[in-house]
Design a protein around this ligand. Structure first.
Ligand SMILES: [Ca+2]
Ligand SMILES: [Ca+2]
Ligand SMILES: [Ca+2]
Length: 234
């Protein structure tokens, strides 16, 4: 190969490298653009809250207040109504990250006492482009968060709000974990709550719940972490 041929070969190699680099860069850009065009998004539907033993005039529909309910069939699900009105339940949605979507439900049981039983229901809505599944819930109490996966409507979950190893609330979750929600679809979410003996002796027991959804084809339930406990600043 003479000098001119070598120079031409080097030039075309440089050109190939340049083309290759450009192609890779373009592909990266295109990939990022594709990701940005779709959004995984979920929201709580404003006004959809229903409470079994509502405090006063709680916003929402179907709310009932008045005499308390007792976890008569503990550890099974179900309750009977007492002839006293000591405690009540209030709840409200909030937008924790300021993106305009309601994503957090804060529940307060006022004058909580052992075996008090209540029910909270609401609606979630897929307002993103990507089909999703409800993957886990995050329960936050007193600046500590705990995560729960794959909640089964037939199995209650003992929630340790205070983090001392003793369950404080028994949660019977409704269905819809792992249920696929397409764009604009909604699902009913509900849970029964029983206040247990170990619950903190506060007049008002306040904790919040948020749902984490995942892209439908990435759904899995980490069996080693049911529940997974993580401590995060709130
Ligand atoms: Ca009541
Ligand atoms: Ca939000
Ligand atoms: Ca506890």
């Amino acid at each position: 190969m003479n000098r001119a041929a070598k120079a031409a070969a080097v030039a075309s190699l440089i050109a190939l490298v340049a083309v290759g680099a450009t192609a890779m860069w373009t592909e990266t850009l295109r990939f990022r653009a594709d990701v940005d065009t779709s959004e995984l998004d979920i929201e709580f539907v404003d006004g959809s809250l229903t409470l079994k033993d509502a405090c006063g005039l709680q916003p929402g529909y179907g709310n009932q207040g008045g005499n308390d309910w007792n976890a008569t069939y503990y550890p099974n699900r179900g309750s009977t109504q007492l002839d006293k009105d000591v405690a009540c339940t209030s709840a409200s949605f909030s937008d924790s990250d300021g993106d305009g979507d309601l994503d957090t439900l804060t529940i307060t049981i006022s004058n909580a006492y052992p075996w008090y039983y209540t029910h909270v229901a609401w609606i979630v809505h897929n307002n993103g482009e990507i089909p999703l599944k409800i993957w886990k819930i995050v329960v936050t109490y007193d600046n500590t968060s705990q995560e729960y996966y794959a909640l089964n409507p037939d199995e209650p979950v003992e929630i340790d709000l205070s983090g001392d190893g003793e369950a404080d609330v028994l949660m019977w979750w409704g269905d819809n974990f792992g249920h696929q929600l397409h764009h604009c679809e909604s699902a009913d979410i509900s849970m029964d709550l029983t206040v247990l003996q170990e619950a903190p002796m506060n007049a008002n027991l306040t904790f919040s719940i948020s749902l984490v959804a995942i892209q439908w084809n990435e759904y899995s339930t980490p069996s080693a972490s049911i529940p997974t406990t993580t401590v995060v600043p709130w």
